[in-house]
Design a protein. Structure first.
Length: 175
């Protein structure tokens, strides 16, 4: 397995994997597969981002197959530069339990930590997703609240659990 920053030439594999994610784990995302399938390739390239832009995506590769992904979204606003959002986390079901999710999270944490202005990561997960909760906790994320009735699923309304991770900074700016 290889973890790498996704680049524009990976867009077809990224799009296919994320459309699979929206189909396989619809309760995990606030967007539907139909909504995302309608997006043009340019939207997907922008969503993937780059190592230096306002978004960065990482992929887990088994040979030439993209089997997992996670993304970071950075803020351009001066008052929120210190926090980045983790989103689009997905590992194919047959690849789970092999450490891929944690490897992807560690790549995202390392990338965010390399940006001096980023002091924390945040994310949300759908209430009741115990495997995701265990994964995020194993990477050091802590829960700090739940937004009730945040998304409508086939099983009814579900909450979104909010989590964050303070990044270790040797030269963190004074508050």
């Amino acid at each position: 397995m290889r973890i790498a920053t996704l680049i524009p030439t990976d867009v077809a594999a990224y799009r296919a994997l994320m459309l699979e994610a929206y189909e396989q784990a619809p309760d995990a995302f606030t967007t539907t597969a139909d909504e995302r399938e309608a997006e043009p390739e340019s939207w997907w390239v922008k969503r993937m981002g780059s190592a230096v832009g306002l978004a960065t995506s990482f992929g887990a590769w088994q040979g030439s197959s993209l089997v997992g992904t996670v993304a970071l979204k950075y803020s351009a606003k001066p008052k929120t530069l210190h926090s980045a959002l983790v989103l689009g986390m997905y590992v194919q079901p047959e690849q789970r339990g092999k450490g891929i999710g944690l490897a992807l999270l560690n790549a995202a944490i390392a990338a965010a930590s390399a940006r001096p202005e980023v002091l924390a990561l945040t994310l949300t997960l759908t209430e009741g997703n115990a495997p995701a909760l265990r994964l995020y906790r194993s990477a050091g994320f802590v829960s700090w609240g739940t937004q009730p009735q945040a998304i409508r699923t086939s099983a009814g309304l579900k909450g979104k659990v909010h989590m964050s991770l303070a990044l270790s900074k040797s030269h963190a700016p004074e508050a």
